[in-house]
Design a protein around this ligand. Sequence first.
Ligand code: NAD
Ligand code: WQD
Length: 335
Amino acid sequence: MKILVSGGTGYIGSHTCVELLNKGYDVVAFDNLYNSKIDVVDRVEKITGKKLIFYKADMLDKESMRPIFEEHKFDAVIHFAALKAVGESVQKPLAYYKNNISGSLNLCELMNEYGCKRIIFSSSATVYGAPKTVPITEDFPLSTTNPYGSTKLMLERIFSDFCVPDPEWSVVLLRYFNPIGAHESGLLGESPNGIPNNLMPYIAQVAAGKLECLGVFGNDYDTPDGTGVRDYIHVVDLAKGHVNAVEKVTSSTGVNIYNLGTGIGYSVLDIVKAFEAANGIKIPYVIKPRRAGDIAICYANPGKAKRELGWEAKYDLERMCKDSWNFTKKSLGLE
Ligand code: NAD
Ligand code: WQD
């Protein structure tokens, strides 16, 4: 089976290429390299000992993607490519709607034209807005609070609408919770440009001495220690979930939606303590005001993915903290 991976050199896409290649799939990836680097292709090949066919192409330039479809016939597309910074999306809504929505429509037009009607889409727990209760199941009400989240919700609806007039379409929507960690080799991971917005990359840069101190955004939430609670999931577990989703998308039609999370909520201070214990490095922190748009608590009920995909997360928080630090150390040349 041959799978096309959009955004294949990105953080989650690259780990997914590894898992697909390890399972014997033929994998073709493309990316415009806006938020990733070409050397990821060599790294994926080094880890797997297999060939990753790569094209530099931009979803906004439909013709740049056409050769990919001319040269290969795909059984399914896993669609990661997107802009993903929540804060930036508030400042640059047009860029987010254009890239994520128009780009995806270009991709889908080519899929239709070349007869590939199966898509696995990277959605996000952000589509649940501020959930009234936890754990969150897939049938919870949906809402968004920023343009990034809106692109995810709109695309969920757009892909679902494809299935209405055309019974051949198969759509799997995967709602990721908070991916962290890195490949155990230290060759793949997340290296954000500039000062990280997300918790784990920030902590790793404090550990590396690149940043002085973590700001904890609020300690007055209605949570056990007052800091925000999230469902952190190892990126390799998340990547493996896509292999199960490929089996689903190729063996069914219509729309199937799954949460990919662990079902466990950890607070910001839990993460700080776990990182310190796993890696033997002190993380200085100060309490800061709440960050605009943050919610108190968010974690998944991952039962549907277990029942229907046969997938569940395996890696614990200690492993997530070790692998995040291992990658950061190696990528900064600290060992
Ligand atoms: P990433 O930025 O590492 O990967 C996305 C890749 O898409 C990048 O390599 C980027 O260069 C590429 N890309 C962007 N626009 C493109 C375009 N027009 N044409 C071609 N390539 C383009 O992000 P990630 O963390 O790997 O996220 C992958 C997907 O998962 C995204 O859709 C993201 O919204 C979604 N997601 C991520 C998280 C998270 O916390 N990382 C959580 C939920 C959902
Ligand atoms: C986690 C917790 C912060 C940084 C984001 C997106 C979401 C999804 C995943 C794509 C919160 C706290 C953080 C810091 C802190 N992405 N924090 N100090 O906000 O849950 O989710 O990434 O779809 O859409 O919104 O993740 O890692 O930014 O924050 O105290 O310097 O850590 O307040 O409680 P978040 P995060």
